[in-house]
Design a protein around this ligand. Sequence first.
Ligand SMILES: C=C(OP(=O)(O)O)C(=O)O
Ligand SMILES: [Mg+2]
Length: 591
Amino acid sequence: MAETGGSPASTTGRPAPASAPEQGTGAGTGPGTGAGTLRGLGVSPGRAAGRVCRMAGPPRLPDPLPVADPAREAGLALRALEAVAAELAARAARAEQASDPEAGAILDAQSFMAADPGLHQTVEENIAAGMDAGHAVDAACTHHREALLAAGGYFAERAADLDDIRNRAVAAVLGLPVPGIPDPGHPFVLVAEDLAPADTVNLDPATVLALVTEKGGPTSHTAILARSRGLPAVVACRGAMEIGDGTWVSADGTTGRVETGIGEETAARVQREAAAERRRLAAGSGPGRTSDGHPVELLLNIGSAADLGGGVEAEGVGLFRTEFLFLGRRDAPGFEEQVAAYEAVLRAFPGGKVVIRTLDAGTDKPLPFLDLPQEPNPALGVRGLRVGRVRPGVLDVQLDAIAEAARASGTRPWVMAPMVTTVAEAEAFAVRARERGITRVGAMIEVPAAALRADRLLRGLDFLSIGTNDLSQYAFAADRQHGELADLLDPWQPGLLRLVGECARAGRAAGKPVGVCGEAAADPLLAAVLAGLGVTSLSMSAPGVAAVREELARRSLARCEADARAALDADDPAVARDTVARETVARETVA
Ligand SMILES: C=C(OP(=O)(O)O)C(=O)O
Ligand SMILES: [Mg+2]
């Protein structure tokens, strides 16, 4: 299991002074209701405390029944799957209405899975072979689940979605209550083995204080959706399901620490401190600056204009993930629809920066309408800009639509391509964008080869934006969806920081901006390190902005540079993080 935090932490993830008493007895202790500490991966910052409520387990199947009427069993099983598909589609529609297109797309995709004719056919075959409805659904889901796991990458991560479909459909067949989020009648810390998108979408922020899951990785749905809701979350937390219901715990979504058996009074104090911290952060405003005025733009990662509604103060959009317009659909959105979607975002920041990323399809973001052939290793295959090799028309329509949206809104968007690998690719993209009148053209740096050639890429481009999520995946040869490899994917890895520094140096030499738009930018301490490495902007989902703004304002540029040197000099990510955190506490204690 990954250890993501090395010290007791405050709400901003900074360690307490060395003399602070530590609750619990160390990593890996604390099941039951007793005092202890569990460690997981903090994936959505913030701290919360309350009583644990575990999510109900999956429905248990009774022993197989002899089947007298196969047609009746088939009807029962297929009606259950159809009801599940309909329920998921209805939730998708509710999410869309609630201006949550990310959740809507995820639920839609899960609804398609439940309605998949291939799944239904396997159920019918199982019944023809003598199974009752419940076992037929269970066996069909197991069969398709294995196929997903064998496909690896994005598909393997979807196995949890299929488990959820299985549980819901089996419960429907058996007439049992639908498994899902518990409702104990008081606010609680939700502990689960893993959460399916349908569960996460239904979380009521008034009652669910934080999420702790045994499984999941930094890019699991739990992580993405928790972050976009500003809900503290810890994933890959081994032993979490052994915490007894009703146990008082605190969960720190920055450090990944879960303290168990803390008692009601301590929990109330943590809640008060966390609320005060949120109020204090929310009161902060203004552009990103170090204490001596060095500017570091603070920008938002969004999936659509709806993500701009939260009133978070930012200087623009650093990553508009346009694929959310394309996800979960059977056909590509047309030119007019795309123009409207881009224009809505551009109009929100008429004088400010908006960085639009062209379609990033493939591997963890499959788009059925592209009809791309199955690949044995999709993360290393036709994805991102490479889709243009086989479906060039999709990028042409998108660039036309962006150019039209810019004209209509009277703005000058920054437009970048994902997964650029070579100078030739960057140049070809720049030509296609510029011939449409797009004047600010850039590339994401997600592949180590591109990072090492940042200086050459910048000869033909106006800016770079570093996608640390994928850059980690490719630099450390570790699937970004893989919870077990979270330590390799830690954005504090000195090797990753070195690649970031390389790009920033190239940007400084060329006098062109180089930003970070991967999840690394939302870690306040790491944000300071990135600024010290020379990065000119930090882009993150809205809930992260205030804490990053505050951390930058606490230190001078020279201090950020010293922190960056210390992080680069560390042997591993935990040492890098702890060194910078300790330095920060030491300085503040002296001050
Ligand atoms: C920002 C990035 O892109 P995405 O997470 O959408 O792949 C990244 O790879 O860091
Ligand atoms: Mg990426």
